[in-house]
Design a protein around this ligand. Structure first.
Ligand code: BG6
Length: 484
């Protein structure tokens, strides 16, 4: 199968940080179909050779394990070409059309890795140039808009030009191996399903903690913040994967229908809940693994009096029969105490304790996404301590290390998702109605913050966020998994 991948934003950050490394890995693993051509699009006037040299130089900043050798890069570079375009000029799209027509690839993928403000222009111009053929798929990177209205505008414009099954809205968290494992765990095994409900689960905690700050993206982050950057998409998609009903089959729409139902069942925000159940924070100077780092307001491109949040913690509920009254906590932030992404499912304690040290202990299922993919089941077992003659229990863990079982060379999120686009699998992409529902749900929080002059709570870099985050969960009688 031949295909052309056109990367709008071909000289941008995402291209060299994520997309090129992912495409190179797929090439190296032999999973990129034969007959691939990758066309970077950007404003600069670059020859193919210069573009290849630029991409090669950028690989120096990629993880060592994912860098190509000179020979490997030479082979990969044969796939790369460059087209200089002013995205507002119809004649430049005509040139692109002619270039694509020379080859008549079976599939053409248009990847929009530009600022979302350009999405509408690009799709309209693609249509005007006749580049929305049935063989074409379009990939839209997040953020897709900055609120419900702008999201709808983009979705509407794209929907005028492409049908929904041609549109691939990326949320790279859905491409992470642990998230696919979560689907496998829930819907490929019978073991957990009877327990996966309010009768047995006390609360669920979703944490996406990063050690990194905003890096060089201060200007972008200023108008985005953690709620739009992480909660509206990644965290809510994880919540859907945990909370959804078993789909009737594995088709994209069956899965997406169930995720949509979860989003529609999220507890609507009352004024009281907005005040009590959502915490926003902003990092101040601190230490990350022993190295001093500046506060958010001192980062490049950031307003020194900024109210942009770099941390969000919130409590919500899925209002349906399965989950009524079970709290779901979401927490995400930059410059936190560790690079640590996990979903913790806390089960209810045994109804009656007959062992010593059993009281209050709970079984816990932990799905880890970072720093490694894994799954732990925390249980109690008879302590094997010779001095203890009593019926004394101690915690043990069933620990499934997927890296060990399946090898280190796991398929990364972007690699997996790019191959899915090329092969036409929509399961791990977000449908427009899901995305709109997620915006609808976060919007009252954004409105509430706009009216709140207090701004985010400060937290020192290298901690777990504002102290109010512990209080949020303590109100329900629980604690974050690293605290208890
Ligand atoms: C991106 C956000 O979507 O996800 C970034 O824009 C964030 O701010 C990144 O750092 C986190 O992804 P990962 O895969 O590194 O956890």
């Amino acid at each position: 199968m031949s295909f052309d991948l056109v990367l709008f934003g071909g000289t941008g950050d995402l291209t060299w940080r994520k997309l090129m490394p992912a495409l190179f890995q797929a090439h190296k693993h032999g999973t990129l179909p034969e007959g691939a051509r990758i066309i970077g699009v950007g404003r600069d006037d670059l020859s193919d050779e210069r573009y290849r040299a630029q991409i090669q130089a950028r690989f120096d900043q990629v993880d060592l394990a994912k860098r190509p050798s000179a020979q490997e890069f030479d082979r990969f570079a044969q796939l790369l070409e460059f087209v200089s375009m002013d995205l507002s000029k119809p004649e430049h799209y005509a040139y692109l059309r002619d270039k694509l027509a020379q080859r008549q690839a079976d599939t053409v993928v248009m990847y929009l890795a530009t600022a979302p403000t350009l999405f509408t222009t690009i799709v309209e111009q693609l249509a005007a140039a006749g580049l929305n053929t049935p063989q074409t798929r379009i990939v839209l990177e997040k953020p897709l808009g900055h609120d419900l209205a702008s999201n709808r505008t983009i979705n509407h414009a794209v929907g005028q030009v492409f049908t929904e099954h041609q549109i691939y809205r990326i949320d790279h968290y859905l491409g992470k191996p642990s998230v696919q494992n979560l689907f496998a765990l829930r819907f490929g095994n019978a073991l957990f399903e009877p327990l996966w409900r309010r009768e047995h689960i006390a609360n669920i905690q979703i944490t996406i903690a990063e050690e990194l700050g905003v890096e060089k993206r201060g200007a972008f982050y200023e108008t985005t913040g953690a709620l739009r950057d992480m909660v509206q998409n990644h965290a809510l998609q994880l919540l859907c994967a945990i909370g959804m009903e078993p789909p009737v089959n594995a088709h994209a729409d069956a899965i997406r229908d169930e995720k949509l139902k979860v989003l529609r069942s999220l507890k609507p925000w009352s004024a009281e809940a907005l005040a009590q159940d959502v915490i926003r924070g902003q990092y101040t100077a601190g230490n990350i693994t022993g190295t001093p780092v500046p506060g958010y307001r001192d980062e490049l491109g950031v307003n020194p009096t900024s109210h942009t949040e770099t941390f969000v913690a919130l409590r919500t509920e899925i209002q349906n029969w399965r989950w009524a009254d079970v709290p779901f906590y979401i927490r995400t932030g930059k410059r936190l105490a560790g690079r640590d992404a996990r979903i913790v499912v806390n089960f209810r304690p045994a109804p009656h304790a007959i062992f010593n040290s059993q009281a209050g202990a709970v079984n816990r299922l932990v799905i880890t996404l970072q720093p490694r993919d894994g799954l732990e089941l925390h249980l109690l077992a008879q302590a094997q301590d010779k001095r203890q003659h009593s019926n004394h229990l101690a915690p043990v863990q069933l620990d499934l290390d997927f890296d060990k079982r399946f090898g280190q060379e796991r398929v990364g999120a972007y690699e997996r998702l790019l191959l899915d686009v090329i092969e036409g699998r929509l399961n791990l992409f977000v449908r427009s109605d899901e995305q709109e529902e997620a915006w609808r749900w976060v919007e009252p929080i954004l409105t509430h913050w706009q009216a709140d002059t207090q701004g985010p709570r400060p937290y020192a870099a290298g901690t777990w966020g504002p102290s109010a985050t512990s209080a949020l969960i303590a109100r329900d009688g629980y604690c974050w998994s690293e605290e208890c």
